[in-house]
Every structure is written in C-alpha cells, then in structure tokens.
Design a protein around this ligand. Structure first.
Ligand code: ZN
Length: 137
C-alpha cells in the first residue's frame, strides 16, 4: 500500500505511552500545540483569536505544509483549515487548500517516492512553477 500524503491528524500523534486516540477530540489544527509541548518540553499557548493573514497550503515532500510569516511551518490539516503559530504566537490564520484535496492527494500518490511529492496551489504567489494556461499569451 502506498504511503499517503501526511496530514496533521496523522503526524501530530500523542506520546507512545498514551492511547493512540487520546487526542481524537482535539481539533486537527490544534494538535500541533499539544505535540510541541510533549516533544519539545515547553509550553505553547493556543491562540484565542483570529489573525489577518491567509496562507496557501502546499505539499512538501509528501506533507501538507503551512508556512508562517515568521519563517516557521507546520503540518496542515485540510479538515481544519486554520493555522496558529507555535513559534511567533500569531493568532488563527485561514489556510487555503485546493477545492478537491482528495484529487490532489491522489495525483501525488502517482509519484512512488514520497520525498518527490511536491505541490503548490495555482493561486499561491509563492508557487515557483505557475501553471501555463493554453491560449493565454
Ligand atoms: Zn509564526
């Protein structure tokens, strides 16, 4: 079975000494805060309010990734399109995913080597290879 594209729910898992489902009630975008606390041994504050920024999610080496304006990044959750930063503390930013996440993930699965699975949203200004639209020149 091929390796699936990694989402926050599968990446940010509880410590092995705890039941696998102990974080199931934690919203997907908030799991990173619990994970940082146990992995890094430091307290992080879950943002309380929204922030102005909107980010485009991308796939980087088989992981949904959300880049913060501070330079930090985290694994994204298409089922919970928000991102709060554990580094700079920026509030909840909206994250733009493709309209059809499942289709993009299926396209990525065509590449058998997970580290070569990379994808950018067509509207993302940081997209290094914007799509060429036939007939438009
Ligand atoms: Zn940040």
């Amino acid at each position: 079975m091929p390796i699936a594209v990694v989402r926050a729910e599968r990446y940010y898992m509880p410590p092995p000494r705890e039941p696998k489902d102990v974080w199931d009630d934690v919203p997907a975008a908030e799991r990173v805060f619990k994970w940082i606390e146990y992995r890094m041994g430091r307290r992080v504050v879950v943002p309380e309010g929204p922030a102005e920024q909107t980010y485009f999610a991308r796939i980087n080496q088989n992981r949904w990734l959300v880049d913060c304006v501070c330079g930090s990044a985290q694994i994204g959750a298409p089922t919970d399109p928000r991102a709060g930063c554990t580094e700079c503390g920026l509030g909840w930013c909206m994250v733009i995913y493709p309209d059809d996440v499942v289709t993009v993930e299926a396209e990525m699965m065509q590449q058998p080597l997970p580290h070569l699975r990379n994808w950018w949203h067509a509207d993302d200004p940081k997209n290094p290879v914007p799509p060429v639209i036939v007939g438009e020149q």
